[in-house]
Design a protein around this ligand. Structure first.
Ligand code: NAP
Length: 303
């Protein structure tokens, strides 16, 4: 199946292009980007131009930041093409509800992806936690924004989500592996004096779970979560890729193919079955944190 990739930035180049190249189902047929290119692939600078020129491309995958994404997403769906969205699926919840309705009306598939849910340890963690009573949980998601998002000023603009851009990956895993819906009871966010989005956030959940997200971590990076349960201790490390039970590393699922190849395999099934997959639960928790959270102003930040 032919696919076009829109927004040829860091994640498109690092993950989407190789995942599509390795897929038996997908052929990268066009790109849309003001400045990015993929060698040997027909390049357009605007979405309208691409949709008009290539009616044979049935599926479009968007790797744009959340704010410019909605207008492009609407245009793709109105043109009757299937649509795959990088996380987070929009700048607001309402936007994604609108896209869901539009996809349904057009009879096409919409996939709001959460790549971290495809990490090697996630399915095993979910299976192990089922039926156990959760006593407490702790999430630490601390990374260096200069290393992972070099020069990406959009991330600190309104709608860019700041530290929730990686933090939502932790929330996507949490909402996948826990047997009951999470309830956010409190939050505290640190906003740099010169920016519109938080550089750090601490969240409390009714299930006795705390999360600590921080973009200022230098040296070793941490993407860990740990749970005390009635049946022992579970830890997911390396962004969900390493699973430990009672301190011992367990073998990951050998048939899992890696995060982005797994997303494209899911998209194949959705398109073939004309289904959509849109789970907004991670994004609802971020919206709750912005609604309920206390705000601190901290030192200005420059890349
Ligand atoms: P990026 O490197 O800044 O690339 C963003 C792309 O979108 C570029 O190709 C950019 O320019 C295009 N774009 C179009 N309109 C834009 C606007 N108004 N402002 C900024 N860029 C605009 O960002 P990225 O890291 O690839 O992230 C893109 C999405 O992927 C985000 O939603 C992010 O959460 C998600 N993601 C990122 C990572 C990561 O590690 N970086 C991991 C997983 C998911 P052109 O028009 O020139 O193409």
């Amino acid at each position: 199946m032919k696919i076009a990739l829109v927004g040829i930035g860091k994640i498109a180049v690092d993950q989407h292009v190789p995942a599509i190249a390795a897929s038996p189902d997908w052929e990268l047929t066009a790109t849309v980007s003001r400045s990015g290119r993929v060698n040997g692939i027909e390049a357009f600078t605007g979405i309208s131009e691409m949709l008009a020129a290539r009616p044979d491309i049935e599926t479009v995958s968007l790797c744009l930041p959340p704010v410019p994404r909605f207008a492009v997403a609407q245009e793709v769906l109105r043109a009757g093409r299937h649509l795959m969205l990088e996380k987070p699926p929009g700048a607001t919840l309402s936007e994604v509800h609108a896209l869901e309705r539009l996809a349904q009306a057009q009879g096409v598939s919409l996939f709001a992806t959460w790549h971290s849910r495809m990490a090697y340890g996630v399915a095993g963690a979910k299976a192990w936690l089922a039926g156990k009573q959760l006593h407490r949980g702790r999430i630490i998601w601390r990374e260096d924004v200069r290393k992972w998002h070099p020069g990406q000023d959009w991330i600190f603009e309104a709608g860019g989500m700041g530290v929730f851009d990686p933090g939502i990956n932790a929330l996507s895993i949490l909402t996948e592996i826990l047997p009951t819906p999470l309830h956010l009871t409190g939050a505290e966010m640190d906003f740099p004096a010169n920016r519109q989005a938080p550089i750090a956030a601490r969240l409390d959940f009714a299930q006795n779970i705390q999360a600590d997200f921080d973009f200022r971590q230098e040296g070793p990076q941490t993407w860990d979560m740990e749970f005390e349960t009635s049946g022992g201790h579970l830890a997911l490390r390396m962004g969900g890729n390493m699973l430990e039970i009672d301190g011992k590393e367990t073998a990951g699922e050998s048939d899992i193919m890696g995060e982005y190849p797994a997303l494209y395999a899911c998209m194949t099934e959705l398109v073939r079955d004309r289904r959509s997959d849109v789970d907004l639960s991670p994004m609802m928790l971020v919206a709750d944190a912005f609604t309920l959270g206390r705000r601190n102003i901290v030192d200005a930040f420059e890349f």
